[in-house]
Write a new protein. Structure first.
Length: 554
């Protein structure tokens, strides 16, 4: 029987040793839950260890040696965990690739990392991606319908070849995490076993993770955040992990999991809100929340509908979230705290504390193991025990990023009297208008985020007389009458401009004619706006903005 809180695994240095600990002490405990065709398939600790061992033996039998690079290309599934554990067990180096990556990015990462093989799992549209996989990279499927492969998952998990596990140390390279490429081609951050273990250890410690916790894994495992908050904490604290079958079944899978810890990104928090308001208009909701006895029932019903009946921790990250959204959720008893980290620190950075309230407008407090400071020029720098070893094959960028052991984050920020961190901009995003004045776009964009019809935006101003805002509409914005939409955007524009310095005032808003997505190239896989892409596409339109008609439609 599971002890009330088992912290012994947290003290173990290496991931595979943690896995062996759980399999030895709780072999029959079900911890991974994978829906396939509506049916929930479960994996016990013993099954995970046995399958990971078999897959590792198959990789060894194929001739791969410790240190060889092996890629993972798949949406989040239980087999992703098992394949990753097998890669660790064999002393190989994992190269996660975003499941939405295009052929060009896949080809670049595979070549840059010198990958020998690639695990290919669940993908939405693998046809165009296949061109990115060179014939000299062996393809191994993960048991899901996919492109043609040379090795099947069934052969992997049935392999009984014996192999000697290589001796690895906590400081050996475990993985190369490629950045999402928001400013160009991805960079490969080298991370050790120690880095991976430490980040999950401290995150779990901060939020009080125990084996009784449940999480839904749906944000890309190729990203440092999901791998740290979900996979690493899973190994240290033994929490249960559920997966999503598809976008169409997301709500069903979320309700079935009923997570105790749930994190998301601003875009999805906004979509959850829209779903609630479609069933219960804001005016009716406001009225019911004012009635004491009814209020608690309404909150309980909404939480249950979202799948949050058992949730004790709510997190948001990846991009700034509107304080208006946070306040809306707070009225429902859903208190969302912002967290922040970087690929270069394996997501270590800031996380809400359970004994302190969330402070809107901040990214919470530095996590254990993080020494965070504000440099003389306002840049946030930090030294963590999850720092990368450097960028793969790029000593010059490594020297720029790591100065005296501190990661130069590129974010500008402030610390308040209680130690909460606030991001005020991004060094590389600051631009100079034609008038020679510098403008930081992020604080201005946060003001526009209060408009419910705006989902994403990019403030640009280089070579322009005044900044121009490019926006992508939310679902409610797309369905709104053009006249009412224009009026709303004009009102927001006038209101925001009143609070800005003259050189910062936004001359026009351009409404993009098509959605920005990771697939079409305007967003990173973690849904950050690629400014350089938006600016290139809309430069000529922005330069032609003059006179009346402050709202333009692409």
């Amino acid at each position: 029987m599971l002890r009330e809180i088992d912290m012994d695994a947290a003290k173990i240095d290496l991931p595979i040793d943690k896995l062996k600990y759980w399999a030895k002490n709780y072999p029959e405990r079900q911890v991974l839950f994978q829906p396939i065709d509506g049916k929930l398939h479960t994996y016990t600790w013993q099954q995970i260890l046995e399958q990971a061992t078999a897959v590792a033996s198959k990789l060894v039998s194929l001739g791969y040696e410790p240190g060889d690079k092996i890629a993972l290309l798949s949406k989040n599934v239980a087999e992703w965990f098992i394949a990753d554990f097998a890669i660790m067990m064999g002393g190989f180096v994992s190269i996660p690739i975003y499941p939405t990556a295009n052929a060009e990015t896949i080809a670049y990462v595979l070549e840059h990392a010198e990958c020998k093989a690639i695990f290919i799992g669940k993908l939405d549209d693998f046809g165009p991606q296949e061109a990115g996989i060179n014939t000299n990279v062996k393809r191994i499927d993960m048991g899901y319908p996919t492109m043609q492969t040379e090795v099947s998952w069934s052969d992997c998990i049935a392999c009984e070849s014996e192999f000697a596990e290589p001796v690895v140390t906590p400081d050996d390279v475990m993985t190369i995490l490629y950045t999402s490429g928001s400013t160009g081609m991805p960079k490969g951050a080298l991370h050790s076993y120690r880095s991976f273990v430490n980040t999950g250890l401290h995150l779990g410690m901060r939020v009080g993770t125990t084996p009784e916790d449940r999480s839904l894994s749906y944000l890309p495992l190729a990203h440092c955040t999901e791998r740290a908050y979900v996979e690493s904490t899973f190994l240290s604290y033994g929490a249960q992990i559920y997966f999503v079958e598809s976008l169409d079944t997301f709500n069903r899978d979320l309700v079935r999991c009923s997570p105790t810890v749930f994190g998301s990104v601003p875009r999805l928090w906004t979509l959850f809100q829209k779903g609630v308001l479609q069933k219960m208009p804001q005016k009716k909701l406001d009225l019911l929340l004012k009635i004491p006895l009814i209020s608690s029932l309404i909150k309980k019903k909404i939480k249950a509908g979202l799948g949050f009946s058992d949730a004790r921790i709510f997190l948001s990250g990846s991009a700034p979230i509107s304080e208006k959204i946070l306040e809306w959720y707070q009225k429902l008893g859903i208190n969302i705290g912002e967290a922040w980290g970087m690929t270069e620190t394996f997501a270590a950075g800031t996380t809400p504390r359970m004994d302190k309230p969330a402070k809107f407008g901040t990214i919470s407090l530095p996590t254990e193991g993080v020494d965070l400071r504000i440099a003389d020029d306002g840049e946030i720098v930090m030294k963590t025990d999850s720092n990368m070893l450097g960028y793969y094959k790029d000593d010059a960028k490594t020297e720029e990023a790591l100065v005296d052991g501190f990661v130069q984050t590129g974010d500008l920020g402030e610390l308040d009297s209680e130690g909460y961190v606030k991001i005020t901009g991004r060094k590389k995003d600051i631009f100079k208008t034609e008038k020679g004045k510098y403008v930081a776009p992020v604080p201005i964009e946060k003001l526009f985020a209060e408009n419910e019809y705006i989902e994403q935006m990019c403030l640009m101003g280089t070579t322009l007389k005044q900044p121009v805002l490019i926006v992508n509409l939310s679902q409610s914005g797309k369905s709104q009458d053009r006249g009412l939409l224009t009026e709303s955007l004009e009102t927001t524009l006038a209101h925001v401009n009143q609070s800005l310095e003259k050189h910062e005032t936004v001359s026009h808003i351009i409404v993009a004619g098509s959605d920005w997505t990771a697939e079409s190239g305007e967003l990173t896989p973690t849904l950050k706006v690629k400014r350089h892409v938006i600016e290139k596409v809309f430069l000529s339109q922005a330069q032609s903005c003059e006179g009346e008609g402050k709202i333009r439609f692409d």
